[in-house]
Design a protein around this ligand. Structure first.
Ligand SMILES: [Cu+2]
Length: 149
């Protein structure tokens, strides 16, 4: 094969590669997550599920943090029932902003990183108690202020 023909063959390969969509090359994109990104929940989920469009080879790592602390309950894993799905067990860590990030390996061997945030609100009881507490403090201050010195 001449150098010229070799170069032509290489160019043809490159053109074919560029014409192929990323998903056909084995890359995978996220199809859905549970909870949804940006969700505001009453209680933290026991599990975060991230479903990709195509099967994954493995999980490299995953982290869950709340207020700077880890809320990862157990090692992350692929769903045995569906290799497209990453499962991240979450330890309930109360209200706050939960940040989940991970690295998985796509079918073509490329690592894919992703992240997801959701918020857990304080319970209505906690909010109600805060309101009662504030009202009581106000009442006490008013009574004390009305007493003769
Ligand atoms: Cu890839």
């Amino acid at each position: 094969m001449t150098a010229r023909r070799r170069a032509a063959t290489a160019l043809t390969c490159l053109a074919a590669l560029l014409a192929v969509s990323p998903s056909a090359l084995g890359h995978s994109s996220i199809a859905s997550t549970s909870p949804a990104s940006g969700a505001r929940l009453a209680d933290p989920p026991a599990m975060v599920r991230v479903t990709y469009a195509q099967p994954l080879l493995s999980v490299e790592s995953a982290r869950v943090t709340v207020r700077g602390d880890s809320a990862l309950a157990a090692p992350p894993r692929l769903d045995p029932a569906d290799a497209r799905r990453l499962l991240v067990p979450v330890r309930p860590a109360g209200p706050g902003s939960y940040h989940v990030n991970w690295i998985v390996v796509a079918a073509d061997g490329h690592p894919l990183s992703g992240e997801l945030r959701f918020a857990v609100r304080p319970s209505p009881w906690v909010l109600a108690l805060h309101r009662v507490g504030a009202a009581l403090r106000h009442a006490v201050a008013t009574i004390l202020g009305a007493l003769p010195a």
